[in-house]
Structures are given as structure tokens and as C-alpha cells.
Design a protein around this ligand. Sequence first.
Ligand code: GLA
Length: 737
Amino acid sequence: MRTTQNKTLPLVLLFAGSMLFAGRAAAQDVTIPVETQHNAIVLQTDAEKHLNMVYLGTKLANSAEYARISKMYRQADDSGVQNDVYTPSGSASLGEPAITVTHADGNKSLNLVYVNHTVSKVSDDVSLLVVTMKDPVYDFEVKLYYKTYYKEDVTEQWSVIKHNEKGVVTLNKYASANLNLKGNTPGGFWLKQYHGNWAMEVQPEEARLTHGIKTIDSKLGTRANLYEHSMFAISMDKPATEDEGKVLYGALEWSGNFRVDFELDVANNLKIIAGINNAASEYHLKPGVEFTTPAFLYTYSDHGKGDASRKLQSWARQYKIVDGNGSRLTLLNNWESTYFDFNESKLAGLLKDTKKLGVDLFLLDDGWFGNNHPRNGDNAGLGDWQENKQKLPNGISSLVKEAQANGVKFGIWIEPEMVNPASDLYKAHPDWVIKQPNRPEKYFRNQLVLDLANPKVQDFVFGVVDNLFTKNPDLAYIKWDCNAVIYNAYSAYLKKDQSHIYVDYVNGLYNVLKRVRAKYPKVPLMLCSGGGGRVDYGALQYFTEYWPSDNTDPLERVFIQWEYSFFYPAITSSNHVTDWGKQPIKYRVDVAMMGKLGFDIVIGKLSEDELAFCQSALKNYDGLKDAIWHGDQYRLASPWDNDVASIMYVNTDKSKAVMFNYLVNNRYGSGTKVPVRLKGLDPNKKYRVKEINIFPGRGSVLGNDDQTFTGDFLMNVGINPKTNASHTSVVLQLEAI
Ligand code: GLA
């Protein structure tokens, strides 16, 4: 990250720790390039000391030229073109605001002018730019934070808002970031966005943005991503492909209501404003108190969506998710094999099956708790986190021991933010429940949400996790679920500040998760929300993995996992082999292997061959998991456009790779007819290609020919994985020799 004031500032200051430029702005325009390995965003003051974002794109070879960029454009004037770095409302800027306030005196006008900025280095790779802006009339300040990850080309941007007015100021809108993309894109801007529903997560749509404002948002409170996601891609000029085109990826790190506005102005500039959704959420800010918005995450690539996604995946592994460079546990889950219907002897059998299958851990799902209101269905028991004495007379601790006796680990499902009206908790603490005092209760999956704005509720939720680990120190895994949205938003705790509920809920949740991580830094936690209702980096910074969807039909999962992978690395994607769909076990296992592999099937129902296949696939997975979890992912053929979807993962030194091929079209003659070109290999290395995960009794699709090729050949000519109606999924392993 570097800073220049009209070319005069010596570059020595570049990484000189914390620097302050207060008071020098009046004399000259200030130009602040924020550079990463390949990209730059450039901020610059104008004659009125407004700070504008004048550039976002490939970084220039000669950084002195950044100062000249704005002269190429018509300046902000009555043409309606504005580039404010954080658009205030009620003064000179008339576009969609990033921030709207009501001052202590009732006035609604905000003007923000540049005061100073500092740049500091957090590490060799990470820098932090902080820009301070103030209102010349009101004692009101906004600091913009840009945390840049140089090698990964990723930026996290957020704002901190503060004032010293004589009374409370209401924040009516308070975005995290406001980007401006210049209109020198003759083909316009193309938005790729995601919508979905239960079992239909991350459905993509891509379209050219028209003038005016397009908004994607959520008002669901919890399970905020159930219908829409804050993650998106903006392509410039034309939709970027996997390997070509200019594309910006963005997402809000926030597990609650979000709002992203895309405003295309009269000069074809695109303003992107991302933040917490301000709907029904005015925030009352006392003098001297700081309000910190969540980070908006973005990366840019001029080499297409594949490059952008590898940057995000690598960033997430290095900096965001828990133990991103570490290991994960394969597992057997009992949800689909038993649902709520189990007891100790059934579980003892499943623990034996866990060992027999060859996975690391048994995960006990929903249904283990509640006594006065036993959890025998989804209509009772949530909130009463004591073992059900009928099902588990000897408690969780005996199961943990039993697991150990079988040489496997034990994990458990919880949904600690929720309560069923049929529970002791609901009766003991009705004031802990989010519900309107004077309206009938409205349930989602027969349950209500606990009020995490209330510190006592935070203690309770933390206690659910802490008690489990305290009583069972060998407990090795938790699946944290969240199955309801917030209806009838009202917090008995917040009293007059009801409009804080959505924000304080999420911050309350993060307080709990911070406490969990402070005490249990590395224990694997799966983030689940009735499927992928809550997949975002705000939450994922506390989790090791997420549950993409309850839809485990592998045909559907090819598409779902494909789309999530643009934002999230494979190591975070929990993929379970279940009985959903009509595909053979081989196809189901092959699809689940492109992430963190797990099983949720009745092992006893597998034929001898099927079991042997699963066991040997797990061994293959063991040899390849380093490439899948920590390597680079390349999308070779999209399931949306081809009969066969092909994806590969290459480990860091390019000595090992795996290529997954899945038939996704069952029409006559569908299959791979031509070779698929591989990516990411070393052209000079020789690779031995071998089909793995071959079902007992079948031969390799590759036949008996010599299967040793140079990376050069494999990337320019390709290899035919011969995936078709008789071989619906094919996994090829590549090893450098
Ligand atoms: C949610 C989860 C499922 C399962 C059930 C249990 O739907 O997504 O995987 O855990 O809850 O009730």
C-alpha cells in the first residue's frame, strides 16, 4: 500500500509503519493508491476536500500516474456523476448514500471531508490504511479501514463511525464500503448473484446492470442467506469466463441482514454500496461511542473468475477460517439413517460402523436431549440441553468413551440459539425469546429464536457449548445448527432501542463464538443452518467448515458445490454421502470427495462391494486430501454448459493433482467426446495418470495404455476422462514422476 501527494511524497514512506498526513491536505490534492500484488484502488481528494474513489483495477506500472487518473473524467458537478469514497447524504452528493444520519439536533445533512490517513503494516503481506473524514459543521467522524492482503489481492473494508454531538445521533444507514467503478466499460457491468431456498442453495443468475439501483438484500435476521446471498461478482464489459475477463468478487462478512446496492449512474459509473441492511435498523449512537461496521470483502482479477476464486480461497485458508491450513476429520453422521429415532444400542452399532467404514469420527445429530419435552421430533425440546434419559441413560460421556473404545472420535449436533415453546427453557425464561409481546407467536420449524442481544442469553448459549466440552473433554466436533428466521422481531432486553435488534443479535452471536474460540481455539465446528442458510465469512472465521445444503443428491451437489467454490475453499465444504438421489454409491462418494468427505448412510445396508469401494475411496482420499484441502482448484468444464462437469485440484508444488468428472446430463449419447484440458500443472513435469475409485469388478476407463504425459501435453491437448452413461463419474489421480 503506498501513498503519494502529487508525486512529491518519497516512496521511503511506503512501509514506514504508521504515518499521519494531518493538515497537509489543504495545500494539494491527496492521492492514496491502495496496492496489492496485481491491483490498485486509488482514492483522491478534490478541490472541496471530498475524497473520491477514482480507480479500481490492474495496478499501473508507474505509480506516479495515479494522480492523473481523475483528470480523464468529468468532475463531480451537476452532471450527476459522483465518486465519493463513502457517500454521505443530505449535502452535496445526491447518489445512493453509504451513510445517512439524523444529528442530535434533528438535522439530516452530513458532509464528509478528508482529514488525514495512516498506513501501517500488519505483516509482510498485510497492510492497513485508515482514512479519517469529518463533517466541517458537525462533530461527526467516519474512519474508513482498508485491510489489504498483498499476495492474495484481497481487501477487507469497513468503517468506524463516531461523534461528539450534544446527544444521541441516529444512524439511518451505515454501510461498510462504497466502491466506485468507472464507466469506461463499453460493454457495461454484469452482475452474477445468488438466490435459493432450503435444499436449493446458491442458484446463480447473471445479467447486465441497467441504470438505476439494483439491490440484493436479506431481512431474515438469522439464516440470512436462505433466499439471497451477499456474495456476488461484477464483470466488466462482458461476463468474465473462468480464465478471461475483468471481474470483481465481493461479499459481506456478516451473518445477519445485509444489503448491497448497485447504482449505475448517468455516466455509466457503477457504485457498489455494501453493508448491514438498514431496514428497521436505525442505530442510536451516543457521543464518544464507536460503531464498527462489518468488513466488506473483495478481490479483483483481470484473468477471469477462476483466478478471482483462487485468490479468495487462498485468503480464506491463510487468514479467515479456523485452521485453514490444517486437517479435517472424515465422519459418519446419523441424521439420515436414524433421524430422531435412536438409543444407546443403535448408536453402539453406528460407532462400530464408523470404525468399519474407516472414517475418523461419529457425529450424533439432532434428538439426543430434552426430558420433560423429549426431542423426538422437531416440535419439542430445543433449549433443554440435557441428555434424554430414555434414549441415553448413560449420557454423552459414555458415548464418547464407547467411541474411543472403537478407535474413533465423537461429535455432536446442537442448535443453541433456538427454543421450542415446548421446552423448560421457554417456560423459565419467556423474556429470553424474540417475540412480540402483543401478537401471536409465529414459528419457523416449530421454534423461536433466543434474544442474543441479551448478555444473559449469550452466557446461556456459550454455556451449552462449554458444558458439553467441560463434561466431555474428549468431545471432538460440534455441528452448530440454526434452523429458524426471526419473525416478530422484539427484544425484551433492548427496551426502547428495538431497532438495534438485528445488529445486536449478530454481535451477540459473535461474542459467544469469540468466547468459544478463546477457550477452544481449534476444535472443529461445522456451521449449519438447515443447509446453507448462513454461509458467510463473518461466521466462518469461527468455524472450520460449513454445511452447503441439506440437499445431498449428488447431481444437485455438483452444481451447489461448484457455485460455493467461487467463494469458499474445498476444505470448508462438508460433503456427505447419503441416500438422496438415484446415483450409485460410486457417484455419491466421488462427488462428496471434492471437499470435506463425510457419510450419512446405513453402513449395514451396503453390499460387500459397496463397502469395499467406500473403504478404498477413503484410502484414496487420504492420499489426495492435501491437494483438495490446501491446493489450488481449477474448474475445467462447467456443469451448466456441458454433459460432464470436470474440476481439478493441484497441490502447492504441483506434484500431485486430482481430476473429478461427473456426468450431469442423461440424454442419449451424453459424455466426454473430446479431451478435457487440465490446468495448473507444471508443463515440464511428467505426470502418471491413474483412475482411482474404481468400483470392484470394473476396469479403468483409461485402459492399459501408457498413461504418462507431460504437464504441457495435459494442459494443451488434455485427457479424455471417458465419462458417460456407463461410467457416470470418473476420478483421475495425477502424480509427478
Ligand atoms: C437441519 C440440518 C440437518 C439436520 C437437521 C436436524 O435441517 O441442516 O443436517 O441436522 O437440522 O434437525
